[in-house]
Ligand binder design. Structure first.
Ligand code: NAD
Length: 475
């Protein structure tokens, strides 16, 4: 059992803390948002993530998971300290690292000599940030030493310090690859675990911590689905700090690029009379390409892809290194968000005064996350063009209302209510519920039964039978 503190109770930190406590470690999750900590202490999960409530409940019940605002005390109790705070994008495209700066210097100020600490950076940060976090922790330590002078060492070998020595620590990069909506399964059954470290003690401790996942030897939680073979082991990659940091950005950039590629080909399919679903299937069967992330639609969104691709471009710019492929993947994605509006114009001609229903708001299904959600770009654009917008999302209506109080959306509680008096429906988020709609009933409610399927998930023939004019993407 390792004493762990996870700083940041967001999608990454809370899931990481809950999973590590499920594996038998004693975990304390820290957040500076007191309302969030209070909610967690009362058993309330601050965002929608399937299975997380059950997982947290089980580990809190076993006294392995706790929550606090007191970062210093949590650091003192812990040997492994995870940084999992946000790194949102600045208008320039660079990540805002202020949360990491604040946390790293607070950790420095809280370190003592009880044992050597491993500071694990799970936040997505630009290449070189590991050394920079070490510097910030040292600065925090130095500030404390001005009050209590001791010799400063960032020792790389000793596992334990004595009372006469300076606190020792090692910074490790452990990029996170979980996806919202399947975050717990992604944490327990990952494709790989990456550790960036120049310190064998730290790398060995991280390996021991993740051993149950690497060997898949833990008892599998019943409430989490998985598709990993029981005999499989999870690759554990130890590399240098800079490579680990680049692995995270490069992985996200490649996934975003795959989607943009499928979308670019989808546009050509429409013009040439081909079907992107057939084309994606045909190319995805090539093992060198793979079948995932070739779905054409209205493009990617969420808190990671746009932010990480832009951050990678900005990192390259520091080295005066052009990145035309990364830039193209962003511009294709921006163009793609407007494709639905173009199709609406083709069908309805005039959008002013039309009523349009958005099916889905979150950037993808099984989450209530609206960060960089295509729905918001589309809604804002249509409102600017004079349309009246209704919206229905199975879980995100309240979050959207709270986060966008000035956005004039009329929120509905079902697809049927949404469709009432609509000139068109736009399927924006591929919630499973939308695959099981009674389209005959929906068509009767609409002014004109037009649907634009921005995720290519609906059955064109079934919709035609229900009287719909159906338009997909690239088909
Ligand atoms: N969300 C994802 O799907 C995902 C996946 C992989 C990696 N990441 C990366 O992980 C990091 C965290 O992402 P997230 O989505 O969990 O962020 P988030 O915004 O959901 O959570 C961040 C949390 O940190 C807390 N926080 C901020 N400053 C703090 C401080 N000084 N002390 C204590 N707590 C503080 C905030 O209150 C918030 O609860 C980011 O760098 C992100 O890029 C996210």
């Amino acid at each position: 059992m390792v004493d762990i503190c996870v700083i940041g109770a967001g999608y990454v930190g809370l899931v990481t803390g809950a999973c590590l406590s499920y594996l038998g470690n004693k975990v304390i999750v820290v957040d500076s948002n007191s309302a969030r900590i209070s909610e967690l202490k009362h058993g309330k999960i601050p965002f929608f993530e399937p299975g997380l409530a059950e997982l947290v409940k089980s580990t809190v019940g076993n006294k392995l998971l706790d929550f606090t605002e007191d970062l210093a005390n949590a650091v003192k109790q812990s040997q492994v300290i995870y940084i999992a705070v946000g790194t949102p994008p600045l208008p320039s495209g660079e990540p805002d690292l202020s949360q990491v700066i604040s946390v790293a210097s607070q950790i420095g100020g809280a370190l003592d000599t009880r044992c050597k600490r491993i500071i694990v950076n799970k936040s997505t940060v630009p290449v070189g940030s590991g050394n920079w976090v070490e510097m910030l922790v040292n600065q925090g330590l130095l500030q404390k030493q001005e009050k209590q002078p001791v010799a400063l060492t960032t020792g790389k070998s000793a596992a334990n310090s004595t009372a006469n020595e300076a606190p020792t620590f090692s910074v490790v990069s452990n990029p996170e690859f979980l996806r919202e909506g399947s975050a717990i399964a992604d944490s327990f059954y990952p494709d790989r675990i990456v550790i960036g470290s120049n310190d064998s003690f730290a790398a060995d401790l991280m390996k021991a911590l993740y051993q149950p996942i690497i060997e898949q030897s833990f008892s599998r939680p019943s409430f989490v689905s998985h598709n990993i073979e029981s005999s499989a082991t999870v690759p554990f990659v130890v590399t240098d700090l800079a490579s680990a940091e680049l692995i995270k950005y490069a992985a996200n950039a490649f996934l975003a690029l795959k989607i943009s590629f499928a979308n670019e080909i989808a546009g050509l399919c429409e013009r040439a009379g081909a079907d992107i679903r057939e084309v994606s299937k045909g190319i995805g069967l090539d093992k060198r390409i793979g079948q995932y992330f070739l779905n054409a639609g209205i493009g990617w969104g969420g808190s990671c892809f746009g932010k990480d691709v832009r951050a990678l471009i900005e990192s390259a710019r520091e080295y005066n290194y052009p990145t035309p492929i990364l830039e193209a993947s962003i511009s294709v994605n921006e163009r793609q968000r407007k494709v639905l509006i173009g199709k609406l114009q083709e069908e309805l001609k005039i959008l002013k005064g039309r009523t349009i229903g958005l099916m889905g708001l979150s950037f993808k299904p099984d989450t209530d996350d609206l960060r960089d959600a295509p729905s918001l770009t589309i809604a804002n654009q249509l409102i600017k063009m004079g349309a009246f917008i209704k919206a229905y999302d199975p879980v995100s209506n309240d979050v959207c209302r709270a986060q966008n109080p000035d956005l004039p959306l009329t929120y509905c509680s079902s697809v049927l209510e949404l469709s009432k008096n609509c000139d068109a429906l736009l399927l924006v988020t591929e919630w499973d519920e939308f695959r099981h709609v009674n389209w005959h009933d929906v068509a009767k409610e609409m002014r004109s039964p037009l649907i634009i399927d921005g995720r290519n998930i609906l059955n064109k023939e079934e919709l035609a039978k229900a009287g719909f004019n159906y338009r997909g993407i690239g088909r």
